[in-house]
Ligand binder design. Structure first.
Ligand code: NAI
Length: 334
């Protein structure tokens, strides 16, 4: 029976993968710790490891994995920015991922962040629970007839665009690989980033993190945005320069920010740190603003998405162990 060692697991991962494994019959070995150069020793003879968004699959970790006989890294997520693909290639470790599980889960979370921030239901809930029924400060705006600027027009963005069009929003989009046929059929207008920033009332980041777009939303980008713009990031934390976002929030250029991902999230997200002091000053500051809503990288977290992630991840491993072509392999372009 092939063994797969899982890093960075929580009770919900263990339950989900154990249930899905009924169709596969692997020997699943779950670890709480993230994968890094220190934890790599807890493999116990597995040929495959399964990791998530904040495991640090760097060169050192990969070579240690290789030394211990690991042949496959199975990401239980879509993004692969945390894996040094060149190092994986040079040491002969194959990498697979789950390219799509439920784009609906993430798109719907974008809308949850947007609606909460706009209609201020997070604040209203706190007020009414305290017997305060005043409306002061809770005024929102109609999404109808407003413009959403969508950065990246892949699977998630397309679901999101459909939902936002349901509100009657106009859609501008930017993608270095535009799909003009899709745009024409779906009333989506591709524009350059400068135009998107200048004309959008709401901006949503739905692209991967690559070596080119780190700090895509920086001071210059924010200076070019419409005053009061809502910025929603479910893509990856480093797409936004946090310091620049804080400045934008302070000077009012950014009217609200919904962040499901954060530049330095790996030290905080997915864990209960409620009895500890937050040492990250940027995170503390963002958490102190009532027009900022931070969720802990939970956009993917629906029953349907989790089930699909487990099935695809185990199927990816099965393909490898059976020597079949890998449907969801991630390869270094270098
Ligand atoms: P996808 O691969 O279907 O689409 C990505 C799109 O982004 C493509 O059209 C691509 O051409 C475009 N793109 C690439 N580089 C770009 C750039 N520099 N600027 C603008 N667009 C660019 O991916 P999908 O499934 O829509 O996911 C998008 C991203 O969402 C993932 O890469 C991941 O980082 C993030 N994600 C976040 C989750 C969460 O729980 N918060 C869960 C799943 C994905």
């Amino acid at each position: 029976m092939e063994k797969i060692t899982f890093f960075g697991t929580h009770s919900y991962d263990r339950a989900n993968f154990t249930a899905a494994n009924a169709d596969f019959n692997f020997d699943l070995h779950f670890l709480r710790s993230f994968l890094d150069e220190h934890t790599v020793k807890y493999l116990e003879g597995a040929r495959a490891v399964c990791v998530f968004v904040n495991d640090n699959v760097n060169r050192q970790a990969l070579y240690s994995l290789k030394d211990q006989g690991v042949e496959l890294v199975a990401l239980r997520c879509a993004g692969f920015n945390n894996v040094d693909l060149q190092a994986a290639k040079s040491c002969g470790i194959r990498v697979v991922r789950v390219p799509a599980y439920s784009p609906h889960a993430i798109a719907e979370h974008v809308v949850a962040l947007l609606l909460t921030l706009n209609r201020k239901t997070h604040r209203a809930n706190l007020r009414t629970r305290d017997g305060n029924f005043a409306l002061h400060g809770l005024m929102g705006f109609d999404l109808f007839d407003k413009t959403a600027g969508i950065i990246g027009t892949g699977k998630i963005a397309r679901v999101l665009i459909k939902i936002l069009q349901g509100f009657g929003m106009h859609i501008l989009a930017y993608d270095p690989y535009p799909d003009l046929g899709y745009a024409e059929q779906n009333q989506v207008q591709y524009v350059d980033l400068k135009t998107l920033y200048a004309k959008s009332d709401v901006i949503s980041l739905n692209c991967p993190l690559t070596s080119e777009n780190r700090h895509l939303i920086n001071r210059e980008a924010i200076e070019g945005m419409k005053k009061g713009v809502y910025v929603i990031n479910t893509g990856r934390g480093p797409l936004i320069d946090t310091q620049a976002l804080i400045e934008g929030l302070k000077n009012g250029t950014v009217g609200a920010a919904g962040l499901d991902v954060y530049e330095e999230e790996s030290s905080y997200f997915f864990e209960d740190r409620s009895d500890k002091v937050i040492r990250d000053d940027n995170l503390s500051r963002l958490l102190s603003y009532n027009n900022v809503l931070i969720t802990s990288h939970q956009a993917f977290f629906t029953q349907e998405a989790m089930h699909s992630i487990a099935l695809t991840t185990l199927a990816n491993c099965q393909e490898y162990f059976e020597g079949r072509p890998l449907s969801n392999e991630v390869c270094s372009q270098a």
